[in-house]
Design a protein around this ligand. Structure first.
Ligand SMILES: C[S@@+](CC[C@H](N)C(=O)[O-])C[C@H]1O[C@@H](n2cnc3c(N)ncnc32)[C@H](O)[C@@H]1O
Length: 252
């Protein structure tokens, strides 16, 4: 079985951010369910707004890779972008379609593996992807595809995971040190114990290389609520450099 088959199976079972502890008793895909999903997402990851800057994409052709439950896709559609989206799963595509329909909005949504994007060269003004590329078997193939489908001067905006972060170090303590396996690497515990199997996390230098074909790159770490968890009074002083998220802006 290829890695992306396992990745797909994991996310088909439950689109990202829709667990029962988030949505409570609300019927699946009801207005109350979507409201809970959205409220939770932006309360734990408020930095999405400053990274994505949705309102800058009015009347632009945008592609979102890995739409999940469609919260960010809805933001682009509300902002008046011409929206296209792909995801590895039917669950995400259908959830996003219903999420937009609730607000009388539409998008060109397709189930596809982003390692092979079903679009012509130089088709988009912007490509957006939040927390997706590092789950795929060949992230470098997705980045190549993003570069291919962007128009000259078009930009990629997104988030990928950071390996030298408190989230990664805490996972290592739990899954390596306390499990009596102190020789396990950070890469190994992230691969096996962070969401779907095969998850990767990067250093800034590795991301600079991954996006090396782009003419400009801005890559910056961001401390998240997940880095601050369990730190008690120290939670307030976590520096961005130890954050789990890298924001990425790259111009073709
Ligand atoms: C962590 S979720 C993020 C979803 C959404 N962007 C969000 O922030 O909630 C990862 C998503 O990426 C999708 N995905 C993983 N690998 C993919 C690939 N190769 N092509 C397209 N989508 C992929 C999964 O199906 C899943 O919906």
């Amino acid at each position: 079985m290829g890695l992306n088959t396992a990745v797909r199976r994991y996310w088909e079972a439950e689109p990202c951010g829709t667990s029962v502890w988030i949505v409570g008793a609300a019927p699946a895909r009801s207005p109350a369910w979507f409201a809970q999903v959205e409220q939770h997402r932006y309360s734990v990851e408020p930095h999405i707004f400053s990274v994505a800057q949705f309102t800058r994409f009015r009347a632009k052709d945008i592609l979102e890779i890995g739409v999940g439950a469609g919260c960010d896709h809805l933001q682009f559609a509300r902002a008046g972008a011409r929206c296209h989206g792909v995801d590895l799963t039917d669950a995400a595509i259908e959830t996003t379609r219903q999420h937009l329909a609730l607000h009388r909005l539409t998008s060109d949504l397709r189930r596809a593996d982003a390692e092979h994007l079903p679009f012509e060269n130089e088709h988009f003004d912007a490509v957006y992807s939040w927390g997706v590329i590092h789950h795929s078997e060949r992230p470098e193939a997705i980045v190549r595809e993003i570069h291919r489908v962007l128009r000259p001067g078009g930009q990629f905006v997104g988030m990928m995971y950071s390996r030298r972060s408190l989230v990664a170090y805490k996972l290592w303590v739990r899954r390596a040190l306390l499990a009596g396996k102190p020789f396990r690497s950070l890469k190994d515990v992230i691969w096996n114990h962070m969401e779907s199997v095969g998850t990767k996390a990067y250093t800034a230098e590795e991301l600079e290389n991954l996006f090396g074909d782009f003419s400009e790159r801005r890559i910056a770490p961001i401390a998240t609520v997940y880095d601050r968890k369990w730190l008690g009074p120290f939670a307030k002083v976590v520096p961005d450099v130890l954050g789990w998220n890298f924001s990425i802006r790259a111009v073709k």
